[in-house]
Each structure stands twice: as C-alpha cells, then as structure tokens.
Ligand binder design. Structure first.
Ligand SMILES: C[S@@+](CC[C@H](N)C(=O)[O-])C[C@H]1O[C@@H](n2cnc3c(N)ncnc32)[C@H](O)[C@@H]1O
Length: 163
C-alpha cells in the first residue's frame, strides 16, 4: 500500500493513457445500463471506475489514491477496503471489474473468492502480464470463474467472464 500511497499524486499522469486503452477493449465486451451496479476492485484514483454509465462503486486500501478518487468523482461510492474482504453483501453487484490490480493483492485466491461472492455473472479481471505471478493468477482465475475469452493487450491480460 505504501507504494500506491506514495505515487497517488502522479498516478494518472503516468498511467492514464494506458488504462484508457485497456478500457476501450473492455467496453467492446461489457455493456452496462443506468441501473447496473458496478464494483471496481482496486479502483485507485477512479480512472477505471468513472467511465461507466451506471451505478458505480470502488474499493481500494490506499488512502491517498482513494482521496483523489473521492475528490474527482463525488457521486461515486468509494470505500477503503481490501479485495480480500469486500464490505458488501453476496450478489450485490451486476458487474465486478478489477483492472491492473490483481498482481498486487496479498491473497489472490481469497480476493477472487470475494469478487465472485459479491458479483453475479459478469466480471472483467486484468493483471500485468509481466508479473511473475502470471501462471498462478491464470490458474486461480480459471479455477474460480468460467472464462469466456482472454485478451493479450500491450501490458495486461484481460479475462472476460460473461455468460
Ligand atoms: C495499478 S493500480 C490500478 C488502479 C486502477 N484500477 C487503474 O487501473 O487505474 C493498482 C491498485 O491496486 C490497489 N491494491 C493493492 N492491494 C490491494 C488489495 N489487497 N485489495 C484491493 N486493492 C489493492 C492499489 O492500492 C492500487 O490502487
């Protein structure tokens, strides 16, 4: 968390364009409507939470990233929490996304179980393909979700989990 707290100020300047490229691809597969409830796990500064036209929620444990998100997007519900313990009821969300965050989680399997618990049947999970945890994350996602498609993007692997 220390790392993300320390880079919060310059995060968007550093990563905005590449995250927008990922979102462009994801939007081809994931359609939302104004009543869709969407959770962004590891939402950071809200870059990946804000572009959806629906009811948006984000969680992240890094206080400084969340502060930026709250200030920039006051209508989105942001909570300080870890993916390993998501503070929402089972099946609360129509869609759960997690963009370039999985490789940072302390307990990836616990987090994936939590993501599955709070979601219904639509999930988009991406992580850095250069991560040394790549084989393990790939195995765990396939263990817990029915993956429809895996897209190899410039920096991330994008797992599309939709019925
Ligand atoms: C590369 S940033 C991605 C942020 C945002 N999704 C984006 O694409 O701009 C990774 C985020 O994962 C968060 N993170 C680290 N450990 C986490 C955990 N255990 N649960 C949830 N988020 C975590 C970090 O605080 C950071 O904001």
């Amino acid at each position: 968390m220390k790392y993300y707290n320390s880079i919060a100020k310059g995060y968007e300047e550093l990563h905005k364009e590449e995250q927008q490229e990922k979102l462009k691809i994801i939007k081809k597969f994931l359609k939302v409507s104004k009543n869709t409830k969407l959770l962004d796990v590891g939402c950071g500064t809200g870059l990946t939470t804000s572009p959806w036209r629906c009811k948006k929620y984000g969680i992240d444990p890094a206080e400084n990233m969340l502060q930026k998100a709250k200030k920039k997007y006051p209508k989105i519900i942001f909570k300080k929490a870890k993916a390993e313990k998501i503070p929402f009821k089972a099946s609360f969300f129509d869609v759960v996304i997690s963009i370039t965050a999985l490789q940072n989680f302390q307990n990836i399997e616990k987090a994936l179980k939590e993501i599955k618990r709070v979601g219904k049947d639509k999930f988009i999970l991406t992580f850095l393909k250069k991560s040394s945890k790549r084989p393990n994350i790939n195995r765990l996602i396939k263990k817990h979700f029915k993956v429809k498609k895996i897209i190899e993007e410039t920096k991330d692997l994008i797992y599309i989990i939709i019925p």
